[in-house]
Write a protein of this length. Structure first.
Length: 209
């Protein structure tokens, strides 16, 4: 099938993102009749075997976005919630230190509690930010106000659509447009960003500051 450079965005039949899947898995859902609808102009053509009767090679067109029917493909209840992990915090914050504004690799960042845990600060999206080691050590067991360190951006809870953008580096323009439509305007994705963590196959729109 050759080298495939992007994944397929799989949705439930209500249009909620469920997961990224490869083209082989997508072909299986097409073959089993579980793909209910599809979006996007981009198509990837997969080539199969040759027909003995007609001598023609079979082909299957895979859309960039497909909706799959079935119990395991239905997002329920609190499905818009995103699990809090260091990787996702750094991605949400675009690998930018919340205190000095420098951009760092993941290995040089720490997940920092704005209100320290020892002072009752919870490990929740609204209280954690990316911070470089120097700033984290300087702030120590203090609030930003007590440490005299201004918070450069406000931490927030990313929704499911934003999480899908942050989790996949190779996103087609059709997929990006679909996901961005569900990203709230307070997201940092709407800020201009040409750093290494921006998706490679589509650019994030710039918003005036």
């Amino acid at each position: 099938m050759g080298t495939l450079m992007h994944d397929v965005l799989a949705l439930d039949i209500a249009g909620m993102p469920v997961r990224w899947i490869d083209h082989e898995a997508a072909a299986g859902y097409y073959a089993s009749g579980k793909v209910r609808w599809e979006l996007g102009e981009a198509r990837t053509v997969l080539h199969g075997g040759f027909s003995r009767l007609q001598g023609r090679q079979s082909t299957l067109e895979i859309a960039a976005i497909i909706a799959i029917d079935g119990p395991r493909w239905k997002v329920r209840g609190n499905g818009d919630r995103v699990a809090l992990t260091r990787t996702m915090v750094f991605a949400r914050d675009r690998h930018v230190c919340a205190y000095c504004g420098g951009r760092f690799s993941a290995a040089s960042l720490e997940m920092e509690h704005v209100t320290p845990s020892s002072r009752g600060g919870a490990t929740i999206w609204q209280n954690v930010v990316a911070a470089c080691r120097a700033c984290n050590q300087r702030k120590g067991n203090r609030t930003p106000e007590a440490a005299g360190m201004r918070l450069l951006y406000v931490p927030y809870v990313p929704n499911r659509h934003e999480a899908f953008i942050l989790a996949n580096r190779r996103i087609l323009s059709d997929q990006m447009a679909f996901l961005l439509a569900g990203v709230p305007r307070h997201s940092r994705l709407w800020q201009s960003d040409d750093g290494p963590d921006a998706p490679e196959s589509a650019s994030v729109p710039s918003r005036g500051r």
